[in-house]
Write a protein that binds this ligand. Structure first.
Ligand SMILES: Nc1ncnc2c1ncn2[C@@H]1O[C@H](COP(=O)(O)OP(=O)(O)OP(=O)(O)O)[C@@H](O)[C@H]1O
Length: 253
């Protein structure tokens, strides 16, 4: 059974790759408009967890419920259509098209590059695209080619493409990878804005950024949930310091 208050409810999830247990029974609840941040050492199973939610990694046992419906092992296509949007680490944008056209192509119910751009744009679609551009902070760059944007701005276009699909849940895998400090901070503000209308699960390594956005942090380690809690709870947890934060501090020094 899923929890009534959760938009996403994960129960005892196990993922096994050729005998290797990447997830060993993970539970996770994500509430409406909540930002859940996942941290943990390399290989902890963070990406695998998001992959399992969107039907990209096969679930060996356990369940994923979305809005009370069991979506375990449904196809990625069906899960995306139902309302779970996923942004991957690498930008997957059309560089030679404008920011506006990239968002247009991602709009729900839009099919094919030529058909979408050639079709007459309804006022409703235009408003929707402008709203997305506003939320990702790229209104002024709407008619710029994506190729002219910075790395960080390209990442925001991709977030915009996810938003254009109207997902209830947005999953982001290291959204600030490769970004400057200013871009990282701006990404945090974008995520907070987005959370007014969506629930988010964000994998992140940058602890400053985690502190900026985090409401609840889940710590994964070797395929298991080590703990979860607020920033201060997690930061003062000796087990987390031992397996992750201590190491991060040494890396940052
Ligand atoms: N398709 C796969 N086939 C086999 N093993 C895999 C596969 N995907 C992930 N793994 C293994 O599962 C474990 C968890 O990987 P995962 O990418 O989920 O970790 P992560 O916490 O996201 O790490 P990172 O911070 O390095 O991205 C790793 O040991 C990885 O090598």
């Amino acid at each position: 059974m899923s929890s009534a208050a959760s938009v996403l409810s994960i129960k005892d999830l196990k993922v096994v790759f050729s005998g290797f247990k990447a997830l060993k029974g993970v539970d996770l609840e994500v509430g409406n408009n909540e930002i859940v941040t996942i941290i943990g050492p390399n290989g902890a199973g963070k990406s695998t967890l998001l992959d399992a939610i969107v039907g990209k990694s096969p679930v060996a046992s356990g369940h994923v419920y979305y809005q009370g419906q069991d979506i375990t092992n449904k196809s990625s296509y069906d899960i995306a259509r139902m309302g779970i949007g996923r942004k991957f680490q690498n930008p997957n944008v059309y560089n030679e098209l404008s920011v506006f056209d990239n968002i247009l192509l991602a709009l729900k119910g839009t099919h094919g590059v030529f058909a979408s751009i050639a079709a007459k744009l309804t006022a409703a679609k235009k408003d929707k695209i402008i709203d997305v551009l506003d939320r990702i902070g790229l209104l002024e760059q709407g008619y710029s080619k994506v190729s002219s944007l910075s790395h960080g701005q390209k990442q925001w276009v991709e977030i915009g493409m996810v938003l254009a699909q109207d997902p209830a849940v947005v999953l982001l895998d290291e959204p600030t990878a490769g970004m400057t400090a200013d871009e990282t901070h701006a990404t945090g503000e974008i995520i907070k804005t987005i959370s007014a209308n969506h629930s988010l699960v964000v994998i992140e390594h940058d602890m400053e950024f985690v502190k900026q956005i985090a409401q609840r942090i889940v710590v994964l380690h070797q395929g298991e949930k080590l703990t979860e809690g607020s920033v201060s709870e997690v930061q003062s947890n000796p087990k987390v310091i031992e397996v992750y934060l201590g190491r991060e501090q040494i890396n940052a020094a």
